[in-house]
Structures are given as structure tokens and as C-alpha cells.
Design a protein around this ligand. Sequence first.
Ligand SMILES: NC(=O)c1ccc[n+]([C@@H]2O[C@H](COP(=O)([O-])OP(=O)(O)OC[C@H]3O[C@@H](n4cnc5c(N)ncnc54)[C@H](OP(=O)(O)O)[C@@H]3O)[C@@H](O)[C@H]2O)c1
Length: 351
Amino acid sequence: MIRAAIVGATGYTGAELVRLLTRHREVELVGLTSRQYADQPYTTVYPHLSGQVDLNCQTQDIDAVTDAADVLFLALPHGLSVPWVAACVGKGKKVVDLGADFRLRRAAVYEQWYRVTHEAPELLAEAVYGLPELKRERIRTARIVANPGCYPTASLLSVAPLCGQGIVREDRLIIDAKSGASGAGRNANVGNLYGEVNENVKAYNVAKHRHNPEIEQEVAERAGLDPDAMAITFTPHLMPMTRGILATVYADLKEGLRPSAEEVRDLYRQFYANEPFIHVMDEGVWPQTKWSYGSNHAFIGLTVEGRTGRIIITTAIDNLVKGASGQAIQNMNLLFGLPETTGLEAAGIYP
Ligand SMILES: NC(=O)c1ccc[n+]([C@@H]2O[C@H](COP(=O)([O-])OP(=O)(O)OC[C@H]3O[C@@H](n4cnc5c(N)ncnc54)[C@H](OP(=O)(O)O)[C@@H]3O)[C@@H](O)[C@H]2O)c1
């Protein structure tokens, strides 16, 4: 059995890790940390997991938590992961960081967007960006996996098959994305109150969302472009729903190119042919967030708008599963040589 600990286990991604890992036949949960709920049964925080998990929350004692586990999942706010990652590397343990501290390969870019100093830039080079559909082989041998953000997961799955194919302007993508309120975590926040979210839709962090450089970094790498020359516009919106991300990407076709929708769809279907979690829809079928509710599956719809010379791609995922905890488990499966779908086979809940 793989002994797993979750650091920041009482947040939304932590709870989703517990829900999924308690059903994972190769994993034993050995540690769940929380400052606010230390020494309290985990199920007093999350009664819906009663009968599934029998651990108390424990304090964030880095040595004790790391020594007891084979793999750590870090589900902390950004800026807090470095001491945990350093301990894992020092003790020969694997680590999957669900936060942003190891996603951006250049410390200067991280510091510019997150406004904190990176305390271990020397470890950035060995962290692997954990989108299994794109980096599977590198993840298998990694020590540090930087689990992607939820919006970047949906955005990158939307455009990866096009990158480097000479079909679209990868540097000038426009991404319009929507998220459920759980994307902001469980911490108290006026913007996430029922009265603010219910019957309301708003854009936020326009032209300055921290997932923008992450998307640009990975698109640039796949397309063979200079990351500093990227001009991807990414606009997130908060939706009156609990879970789900819907990302719609507009990609300009290169001068003189007008592939048919079926040609582009064939490209996507070939690219994702062996991917158990990725589903490319037929023409005219557009993904809905509810299809992915509670599951690790991603649904991609696309068409070619000949009139404007654009490809339009829409991808739906669950922000807490494929956008966070499910993907983290997919990464753990790769790290430990297990079938990638282990513990993640279930379909979502509908309606
Ligand atoms: N929510 C999503 O859909 C989503 C998707 C992808 C990635 N992520 C990323 O995953 C990470 C966790 O997100 P989340 O939504 O689960 O957050 P959350 O609900 O706010 O939970 C954060 C967890 O970290 C602990 N924590 C908070 N402040 C801390 C501090 N200063 N020092 C130590 N521990 C602290 C909290 O417990 P205590 O306060 O009791 O210690 C809690 O267990 C974030 O980096 C987020 O950006 C989230």
C-alpha cells in the first residue's frame, strides 16, 4: 500500500482527495493536517465522509508527516509549499503540489504574478508540470509534481492538439472561462457569500489572473514559441454553481488556412485516442459542466467558424477533480507505476 498524507486536508481540494483516496485500493491515508482542526476527527469537519476515514487532523509537523508517508499531497494556499517540498526531496518522498509554487519554471515570473519571493528557485527546474495527457513520461520519474491549476487544465486540454501544428496562432489565443464557487476554496471571503454568487455572473481578475502565465508557459513550450512573446488573453468568470469549469478558447487560423471542422476533430481524436479521461464530442455537441460533476473526465467540443477564420473549442471539467484532486491522484498513479485510472474510474453524478 502507498502511504499518503494530505497537507491542508480540510480545504475543498483536501476533502476531495480524501473522498477519492479512501476508494483507492492501493492507498492508505496516514496523515491529514490542519491548523484550525488539529486533534479533531476529520469527520467532524466533513461528516459526509463518516465511515470512510478514521483519522484525526494533525498539526503541520513537517518531519512527522513526511516520515510517515510515501507521498505527500500539498493542498495549501500558494507560498507555503517550499518547506514541505524540500523535506520530501531530502527524505526521498514523492510530492504532488496542488498549489502554484512549482508550476512556473522561472522564479522571476512567479514573483511577478504572485508577489512573493520564491524560496527554492533551485528546485523549480526539476518540478514536472503534472498534466498527464501532455507530460506522462516525465511525471513517471519525477520527485516533484506541480499539479496544474483548474483553469489551465481546461484551457490546455482545449488547445494542446493544435499546438505546434502550424494551424493557429498559439500566441494570440483568447480564453473565456467560467468556474463554480468552490474554485476559490473554503476560506471565508465576501465575494463567495451566497448573496454575492447566487443569481449573479461576473468576470474577475481581468487581464491579471495568475493562471495566465501558466497557460502561456505551457502553450509556448508545446508550440515551440518564446514564452515572453505570448499574448494570450484569459478572462475568468464566477458562476452561480458549486463545481465545474467551462473554458471556451478562440484560436485564429493562420493566413490562408481553412480546415474543415471534421479535419480538426480528427486531429483531436487522434491526439487523445488513448486517453481514458478525455472525450471529444461530435459536431454540434457542446460540453456541459454537469457531465463532469465529481469525475476526472474532461469533455471537449469544437468547431471551425469559417466566416471569422477561428477554431472554437469548449472544454468542461470538474475544478475539484480533473482540475485538482483527481488529476493529483492520476499523477500519483504515474509516480508509483499504477494504472493511471486507479481510483478514478467512476463517472460523474448526473443530474
Ligand atoms: N479549489 C479549487 O478548485 C482548486 C483547483 C486547483 C488548485 N487549487 C489550489 O489548491 C490549493 C488548495 O486549494 P483549496 O481550494 O483546497 O483551498 P482551501 O479550501 O482554502 O484550503 C486550504 C487548506 O490549507 C490550510 N491552510 C490555510 N492557510 C494556511 C496557512 N497559512 N498555513 C498552513 N495551512 C493553511 C487550511 O487548513 P487550516 O487553516 O486549518 O490549516 C486548509 O486545509 C490552493 O493552492 C489552490 O490554488 C484549488
